[in-house]
Design a protein around this ligand. Structure first.
Ligand code: ATP
Ligand code: MG
Length: 720
């Protein structure tokens, strides 16, 4: 291999070079976003190979997402001008899987063990709970799943946990025990188990551990701030006394506390890994100084920081654009318009990203991109209509339309759980097979002919009554109300609301978003029934309209998935209080700090141009909310922001279904086009009314501040 030291040290500043070439045993790089941490890690690998003659076979590099791992490998290959086989680059979970495949026997697993995704895991937890006769209303299975995973993330097996006499904990522990047994019996493992199993594999098999300790003389970890207790224990065990460890991270970007990540691992590192050199990097190479100023100002508000100063030599660049949208449709359309400009100017779609706090926000954005015919890809998440909770809700709507829809029947007959066990469903299936009838008809027969136990018969007829009641109202109710009934009366919302943690919350939000979708749905044929048209449209949307793997496409992702990535053009959508920071986090200082770090991560993804948008009104759950602009925006210095306002123009979004110019407002005492005065915003003209009664709203184009939407009852407008 040619020793081309210059290429490895090319384009490194002196602190980076010191890090790359450090000959201390361990290295900790603690530095802000875009300062070259990942670059240092990649160059250090190249340096080790080219200068220290380390074999690629002896290198283990770990990062957080599969996308980041792929990019890391590409960067190393590019730097060395060749592809290195034998080197392990991956995520903790990916590496764990590989290890368990190789050592299944020592890990006490069957050779063909299966990995459970989160939904599979939940199904097993439920099975266990049913066998234990636990009431799912009282003991939500999601909560048990969450509890089990948090124990595993801490490295705790059921057998390790001391009972404290707390009845909640005692029950969780019983479930955990049974769940462990069932997984063992079925030969399946969940995500948290992957990591824990490897830890135990090494602890219990000194030979295996010794082999890997010897093999991996170099261990490098990116995004170190988001490692959890088990991952940290892994590192210590694997490194043993001989391996060199490089860890790079940023305490300001720790955003997985809610999943057990421990930013304290950064502090423990110097203590646990003796002979560590710690290096700080402070020059940012990614972003313009305007973007960096915004990021620094936002994160400065956090109290709990190790403290770093980021600066850049690059110019101011463009100001950060801030767009105040009427509502979420206007927001999405604005973003799609700017993207169309970007593409028309010869830029790659790949170089742009739309980031958002909650998965549910993607639906309206997707619709605007589809309409503008801009290919997009949702990264690290499913498209809206493919999400589990949405599929469930749609199956209720399908059942309401046609109760003989067997696929939908299977999916929701016992979701949420209503005491219809696998055995009952199997009996129903059998009868439907032998009678050649639908599952629905089979159920009716089973109930009528008393072929089920009283309990099962009750549960089945309960389900049938529910569907009958909802479908009985099909012709009377608007689509949105039907959807609302489907998610409420079915118990879907309650089921997810009882779940602990972010995921349950996200699912409730997605369900609410479905009601919005129904509210805004415009049927092609206004004379035909609307529900079938909606379901057809959804089936089409869920088809293959997402861009292919290698097609140049705009990237959509949550802020959490954007970690470590960078894009020339970035949109941060939904910059509103209650959305971001999320309403669940606002009242808890610790969680608010994590939200703020997330804002810092978002802002620092942008290289050239950052646009933030917020909506003055946003429909959540079919009702409009008026959120004020996010505190994170208010923290950004005014001089780096340029507010985009559509002054006095009546450009009305086509999808803005509520904003029909109509005779609404006729009882308000005002008229369209009338001049009015507001004591804060000054003088303006009435553009539109929405609704009547106490919630009636008025759109006023003010001379000074642009268009505002106000609640008439509280705006105290005076005619002039
Ligand atoms: P994050 O905290 O977001 O993960 P990071 O600290 O890992 O960021 P990198 O992704 O390594 O930062 O670097 C950010 C950008 O700056 C990359 O495009 C990288 O190539 C570039 N860069 C880093 N250091 C230099 C340098 N010395 N000269 C030129 N470009 C650099
Ligand atoms: Mg990085």
């Amino acid at each position: 291999m040619p020793m081309d030291v210059t290429s490895v040290l090319n384009q490194l500043n002196s602190a980076q070079e010191q890090a790359v070439t450090s000959d201390k045993k361990h290295l900790l790089v603690l530095a802000g976003a875009g300062s070259g941490k990942t670059r240092v890690l990649v160059h250090r690998i190249a340096w080790k190979i080219q200068v220290d003659n380390v074999s690629p076979y002896g290198i283990l590099a770990v990062t957080f997402t599969n996308k980041a791992a792929r990019e890391m490998r590409e960067r190393i290959d590019n730097l060395l001008g060749m592809s290195l086989r034998g080197m392990w680059v991956g995520t903790f979970h990916g590496l764990a899987h590989r290890l368990l495949k190789a050592h299944w026997r020592d890990a006490k697993l069957p050779e063909n063990f299966q990995i459970l995704d989160s939904d599979d895991q939940l199904r097993l937890v439920k099975r266990v709970m049913r066998a234990m006769d636990l009431d799912e209303q009282r003991w939500p299975p999601k909560q048990a799943q969450w509890w089990i995973n948090s124990q595993k993330d801490e490295g705790l097996r059921a057998a390790h946990i001391q009972e404290s006499g707390d009845p909640f904990m005692a029950t969780m522990l019983r479930i955990y025990r049974q769940y462990e047994q069932l997984c063992e019996q079925l030969g399946v493992i969940d995500f948290a188990e992957l990591l824990l199993r490897v830890l135990e594999l090494w602890r219990n098999n000194p030979d295996v551990l010794g082999h890997y300790q010897q093999r991996f003389g170099q261990i490098l970890v990116d995004e170190f701030q988001d490692t959890n207790a088990v991952q940290y224990a892994w590192l210590r065990l694997l490194a043993g006394t001989s391996s060199d460890v490089t860890a790079v991270g940023d305490d300001d970007q720790s955003i997985y506390g809610w999943r057990g990540a421990k930013v304290e691992n950064i502090l423990s590192f110097e203590r646990d890994f003796a002979d560590t050199e710690t290096i700080k990097l402070e020059q940012n190479y990614r972003s313009t100084s305007n973007i960096l100023k915004a990021a620094n100002a936002v994160i400065a508000k956090n109290a709990d920081r190790l403290g770093k100063n980021l600066w850049t030599e690059s110019g101011e660049g463009e100001p950060i654009a801030l767009y105040a949208a009427f509502n979420e449709h206007d927001e999405a359309r604005y973003i799609a318009d700017r993207l169309a400009d970007w593409i028309a100017n010869g830029n790659r779609r790949d170089d742009s990203a739309i980031l958002y706090r909650s998965n549910a926000q993607s639906r309206v954005l997707e619709a605007a991109l589809l309409q503008a015919e801009i290919p997009y890809r949702i990264y690290g998440g499913q498209r809206f209509y493919e999400r589990l909770e949405i599929k469930n809700a749609l199956c209720y709507l399908r059942m309401m339309l046609n109760c003989h829809d067997d696929v939908a029947f299977e999916r929701v007959v016992n979701t949420p759980p209503r005491g219809i066990g696998d055995r009952t469903v199997e009996q129903i299936r059998e009868l439907s097979r032998s009678n050649g009838c639908s599952l629905w008809e089979a159920s009716a027969t089973m109930v009528n002919e008393k072929r089920l136990t009283a309990r099962a018969a009750n549960a089945v007829s309960g389900f049938m009554v529910l569907i009958n009641e909802m479908s009985g109202q099909l012709d009377e109710l608007p689509l949105a109300e039907q959807a609302e009934n489907a998610i409420q009366h079915s118990g879907l919302v309650d089921m997810h609301r009882r779940e602990k943690g972010e995921r349950g919350q996200a699912r409730v939000e997605n369900l609410e978003e479905l009601v919005n979708a129904c509210k805004n749905f415009e049927p092609e044929d206004s004379d035909a029934p609307v529900l079938p048209q909606f379901l057809d449209q959804v089936a089409l949307d869920a088809g293959d309209r997402q861009a292919d793997e290698d097609q140049d496409a705009v990237q959509l992702m949550t802020l959490h998935s954007a970690k470590g990535l960078e894009f020339p053009l970035v949109f941060l959508a939904g910059m509103e209080e209650n959305l971001f920071p999320h309403k669940m986090s606002i009242d808890e200082p610790g969680r608010l700090e994590e939200e703020r770090r997330l804002a810092y991560v978002g802002i620092t993804r942008a290289m050239q141009k950052l646009t933030m948008t917020f909506a003055e009104t946003r429909s959540t759950y079919g009702t409009e909310s008026f959120n004020s602009v996010s505190r994170f925006i208010r923290d950004i210095p005014k001089e780096v922001v340029e507010e985009v306002r559509l002054h006095n123009t009546v450009t009305r979004p086509t999808t803005y279904a509520d904003a029909r110019i109509s005779d609404e407002g006729s009882e308000t005492g005002f008229q369209l086009g009338q001049q009015v005065r507001h004591n804060v915003y000054g003088d303006g003209i009435i553009l539109n009314f929405e609704g009547n009664g106490p919630r009636a709203r008025v759109h006023v184009a003010f001379d000074e501040v642009g268009t505002k939407i106000l609640i008439l009852a509280s705006a105290n407008l005076v005619a002039i």
